[in-house]
Design a protein around this ligand. Structure first.
Ligand SMILES: Nc1ncnc2c1ncn2[C@@H]1O[C@H](COP(=O)(O)OP(=O)(O)OP(=O)(O)O)[C@@H](O)[C@H]1O
Ligand SMILES: [Mg+2]
Length: 475
């Protein structure tokens, strides 16, 4: 089944169901050249004999008897003959193992059947834009999210994170976003929501550490009249309010154990009961959770339920710290400058090569949040030199001479870099703590990281206040 080649982008579609092929052709043929195949062998022959198309849409269930195995071996064949061909999978349901397998084989997206014209249009458009066929105005580095927030990415690693978010957005699998403080975990959660079919519904964030257990329970699950003193009328919780939307459970590692059990039940069958009620409520809510604590350690310490971890960990997105993607610093600095200028209603200041150099030389223990605050400070002070001096003072005060011995005498570069970076960070933190007489709140504020993150780092680097001096020392 061939449609004459009359447009610039060529899309090939493989599906055993002719009705689906006809539908896809009706949606796409007025803007693209479309070739349709019902048979995998015929598709492979055509791919090996002709130049690569721009995009392949392929049914996951092709050759139903063998199911996934068949789709995977076909994907491998296609990859062998056309290594960089973007592929979108069409699937009836996307189980985690399918998403993982498809990602491994480099699928760019999954569209769930039955799909609407708009789902197909969006996936095709995003895929072709990524190819550089039709870049939208800001597409090169920035995806606008809600309000003033955007997802900026300009390096390969962050584009991979974007692809993972896009893939998992097409499913309802719970997602666990991990990463140090300020690396963009919330931004990633908003991106997943925005790219999902729930994007027109609510995205609600609940901070699990900001309130006591009782309050958190009523916040999440609601209560009936008389459930406790002061419950004068019934109130639905966030899970009910957020029905058909996405709930973002921030700092999940700090959730009290009693609530972890209740959350586990919601993840298992979407049901729970309000406080003071015996009947259960059923909801359809997509859960995204985030934490910056070492969750495996929390499981070992029995502060986090292992079964809940496995439920939440349907798909993990790991946000890299800024020091591992320094090439993004100039683009992010420009973005934060535009964002701050819009917020304070003033003109953005230029970011000179000298400032860029100072910014890229800093280790950013507070990650993107710290960079954003530095840019805000620059805009307010309007004194570039002050910022450059501040950053270079921090650098010279904290940068130890690289020493392979100190890094364990290990020639493995990754290990060496990790050790040296850790040394720099721990030296910077120790110095700030000492400068502040071990006042942790003040130090966290100086370093522009959260209090909790500072406590975590103190523990991680095994830092402790100097022993109190004995009286005879003072003589
Ligand atoms: N990729 C990104 N593009 C643009 N801005 C970003 C990006 N990632 C993070 N930011 C900005 O950096 C700041 C910190 O991001 P975010 O709140 O998502 O981090 P976090 O990992 O949730 O931090 P914490 O662990 O402290 O809660 C926010 O102002 C956010 O808008
Ligand atoms: Mg956060």
């Amino acid at each position: 089944m061939q449609v004459p080649d009359k447009h610039s982008s060529h899309i090939v579609v493989l599906d055993a169901d002719r009705a689906i092929l006809a539908y896809i052709r009706d949606v796409l043929a007025d803007r693209f050249s479309v070739s349709l195949f019902t048979d995998a062998a015929e598709l492979c022959r055509s791919l090996s004999e002709s130049p690569a198309p721009d995009l392949l849409l392929m049914d996951w269930q092709i050759g139903e008897d063998e199911g996934e195995k068949n789709a995977l071996s076909l994907l491998a064949k296609v990859r062998a003959s056309k290594p960089s061909l973007p592929i979108i999978m069409l699937a009836c349901s996307a189980e985690l193992k399918e998403v993982v397998a498809a990602t491994r084989m480099g699928a760019a997206d999954i569209i769930l059947k039955p799909f609407r014209k708009s789902d197909l249009d969006l996936a095709v458009q995003q895929c072709l834009e990524a190819l550089g066929k039709r870049p939208a105005a800001d597409e090169a580095t920035e995806i606008p999210l809600d309000g003033n927030t955007s997802f900026v990415r300009s390096c390969e690693r962050m584009r991979e994170i974007e692809s993972q978010c896009k893939l998992v957005a097409g499913t309802d699998i719970p997602v666990l976003v991990l990463g140090e403080s300020g690396t963009g975990k919330e931004v990633a959660a908003r991106l997943i929501h925005k790219m999902s079919s729930r994007s027109q519904r609510a995205f609600l964030k609940v901070n699990c550490v900001a309130m006591p257990a009782d309050l958190l329970e009523s916040e999440l699950f609601g209560y009936e009249q008389g459930a406790f003193t002061g419950a004068v009328k019934p109130k639905p919780g966030k899970f009910e309010v957020c029905n058909n939307g996405t709930i973002f459970l921030d700092e999940i590692g700090e959730m009290p154990p009693a609530l972890q059990a209740k959350l586990l039940q919601v993840l298992q069958d979407g049901s729970f009961s309000r406080l003071g009620s015996r009947s259960s409520v059923r909801v359809d809510v997509r859960v995204i959770a985030a934490t910056n604590i070492d969750i495996k350690e929390a499981i070992a310490n029995k502060t986090f339920r292992e079964d809940l971890y496995y439920r939440l960990n349907g798909f993990t997105v790991k946000m890299p710290p800024l020091r591992e993607r320094p090439e993004e610093i100039p683009v992010l600095a420009q973005h934060f400058m535009r964002k701050a200028a819009a917020r304070y209603d003033c003109d953005p200041l230029p970011i000179s090569p000298a400032l860029t150099h100072a910014l890229t030389g800093h280790a950013w223990p507070g990650n993107l949040r710290e960079l954003e605050n530095t840019i805000k400070r620059y805009l307010v002070l309007a004194n570039e030199q002050a910022i450059v001096d501040e950053l270079s003072a921090l650098r010279s005060a904290t940068l130890p001479a690289p020493n392979v011995e100190a890094a364990g005498g290990n020639a493995n570069l990754k290990h060496f870099v990790r050790t040296v970076t850790g040394n720099v960070e721990s030296a910077a933190i120790a110095q700030s703590l000492e400068g502040r007489g071990w006042n942790r709140k003040a130090t966290a504020s100086d370093l522009q990281i959260s209090y909790k993150s500072l406590l975590y780092k103190i523990k991680r680097y095994n830092l402790s206040p100097p022993e109190k001096q004995h009286s005879f020392d003072q003589a």
